[in-house]
Design a protein around this ligand. Structure first.
Ligand code: ADE
Length: 236
């Protein structure tokens, strides 16, 4: 999977070279290509922004500079995304859908935003990571790249994504490791039993309990078995 990221601050993306994504890059499972929009400035001072028509605070990114940066990576099959708080909110369903693509182009705004004419010309899919405003699209782009890369084949082992929070529609069950006793708190007995069916049932019940207690609104979209329904009834 190829990510072309159009940004004024490519150095911000260095943290993606760590851990799981770092290994995925090394193994050529994902390719993160950073394009510095400033390289497309037309001006000897490398200016990329100007004051807004109509007045007001801050600076606006010039359409011609952003467009030339975009054209340098554009391919007909690429899915083009603009990170903006005005976009549709990113969720696990969108993440999975994006992970099926071969090529994403991600445009990051900064300052007061980008001249509307280049947004209209490119017509990107607008995506937000939540109802709050950040100083730029770089952190949101990193959130998108991280969450999408996890679904690219080979980046994680299969089970990691099939049982985690949201993939079943439910929140995940709690996890335990050594030591067996920590501050007088013991690992649940069933997890040490080696009885796979009982462990599966316990985990399903804990997932349901977690979701019921923390995010009850998620339950309406989950397919519940008779056993699930009985467990939920007992919690009421
Ligand atoms: N740029 C600034 N804030 C943002 C947000 N919440 N989501 C996506 N892009 C943004």
């Amino acid at each position: 999977m190829k990510f072309d990221v159009l940004t004024l601050f490519p150095e911000m993306f260095e943290s993606l070279n760590e851990s799981v994504l770092g290994r995925a890059i090394e193994k050529d499972l994902i390719d993160i290509n950073l394009i510095n929009i400033r390289d497309f400035s037309k001006d000897k001072h490398k200016k990329v922004d100007d004051t807004p028509y109509g007045g007001g605070a801050g600076m606006v990114m010039r359409p011609d500079v952003v467009y030339d940066a975009y054209k340098s990576v554009y391919k007909p099959n690429a899915r083009v995304i603009y990170m903006t708080p005005q976009g549709k909110k990113l969720d696990q369903q969108k993440v999975e859908s994006l992970s099926k693509e071969q090529h994403l182009i991600i445009l990051c705004g900064h300052y007061e935003g980008i001249d509307q004419r280049v947004i209209d010309e490119i017509n990107p899919e607008e995506i937000s990571i939540g109802d709050y405003v950040l100083t730029g699209g770089e952190l949101p782009a990193m959130v998108l790249i991280d969450s999408v890369s996890r679904y690219v084949e080979g980046v994680l082992n299969e089970e990691s994504t099939s049982e985690e929070s949201f993939s079943t529609g439910l929140l995940e069950y709690p996890q335990y490791t050594r030591p067996e006793v920590f501050e007088n708190r013991e690992v649940p007995e069933v997890l040490k039993s080696g009885h796979h069916e009982n462990i599966r049932k316990w985990r399903r019940a804990e997932s349901l309990k977690n979701t019921y207690n923390k995010r009850p609104e998620l339950l309406k979209d989950v397919e519940l078995s008779d056993e699930d329904k009985k467990l939920l009834n007992d919690m009421n």
